[in-house]
Design a protein around this ligand. Structure first.
Ligand SMILES: NC(=O)c1ccc[n+]([C@@H]2O[C@H](COP(=O)([O-])OP(=O)(O)OC[C@H]3O[C@@H](n4cnc5c(N)ncnc54)[C@H](O)[C@@H]3O)[C@@H](O)[C@H]2O)c1
Length: 250
């Protein structure tokens, strides 16, 4: 059997970097991409030093031509898995939310995922298999998040993207699932201006049945499962990974 391959966006830090570690450790040829060149290259170098097959390519997921070029250059006979993880979050009250900020968030968080899937799917169709993992959020799956209407709309859109792709691509042997993390300790969630910050993260623990904030590896392991043959009959689903946050009775 040939070595499986994965493309990961936003792989320089946070959940994306943890996905790179998890897929590499599982024996995947791992292609890391990010707008953060130094961070992405450092993760890839660390994986190579550990004996894994890993490369980094600079990639801004808002650039259609660049997405297409990076996928074409790296996909070989077609990716086994694509993890669309790159994302941004900006706090903005609804009445202050101008068109530019709305569009910017949708462009990265929703359109960016669509672009990378669209580039990778033709080769997956030719080989008759593939798995698409789309990072959503509990804010797209179930929760409303004040001052984050644009983010919540994008992350809900990701779920529609995964469901529709599951139906359209299932006959070609391609699965598509949305992965919805709860509160995970990363640069994004620790950003007190645009997201929760350290204090709010700590305060959230009492609402989480497992009594801890998630770590990037908690999400990466589920992304790896969704990409793997162990999830061969799972498609069109929203897999919530939140320590029980959404089912906690308040
Ligand atoms: N951390 C959480 O609690 C949490 C919760 C739910 C969902 N998520 C989602 O998980 C994903 C990863 O989040 P994270 O917490 O690791 O965030 P993070 O900020 O730590 O990492 C995000 C990554 O995306 C990259 N990125 C941003 N804009 C990009 C662009 N235009 N092109 C390419 N890469 C770009 C960043 O450079 C960074 O590497 C995001 O989609 C996020 O919305 C995170």
């Amino acid at each position: 059997m040939s070595t499986p391959s994965v493309l990961i966006t936003g792989a320089g830090i946070g959940i994306g970097a943890a996905c790179a570690e998890a897929f590499a450790a599982a024996g995947y040829r791992t292609v890391l991409t990010d707008v953060l060149h130094d961070e992405g290259e450092a993760v890839a170098a660390r994986l190579r030093d550990a004996g894994h097959d890993a490369v980094f390519r600079p990639l801004d997921v808002t650039d259609t031509a660049a997405v297409t070029a990076v996928v074409a250059e790296t996909e070989g006979e077609g990716y086994d898995a694509v993890v669309a993880n790159a994302g941004i979050v900006r706090r903005r009250g609804f009445t202050e939310l101008d068109d530019a900020e709305w569009s910017r968030t949708l462009d990265v968080d929703l359109h960016g995922e669509m672009r990378v899937f669209r580039a990778a799917v033709p080769a997956m169709v030719r080989r008759g298999s593939g798995s698409l993992v789309a990072l959503s959020s509990v804010s797209g799956a179930a929760l409303g998040w004040a001052e984050h209407v644009h983010y919540s709309a994008a992350k809900a859109g990701v779920i529609g993207l995964a469901r529709a792709l599951a139906v359209e691509l299932g006959p070609h042997g391609i699965r598509a699932n949305a992965l919805a993390p709860g509160f995970v300790r990363t640069g994004q969630s620790l950003d007190v201006v645009n997201s929760m910050g350290e204090d709010a993260l700590r305060d959230s623990v009492s609402a989480i049945p497992l009594r801890r904030v998630g770590e990037p590896a908690d999400i990466a392991d589920v992304a790896l499962f969704l990409a793997s043959p162990a999830a061969r009959y799972v498609t069109g689903q929203v897999v919530v990974v939140d320590g029980g946050l959404l089912v906690q009775q308040r």
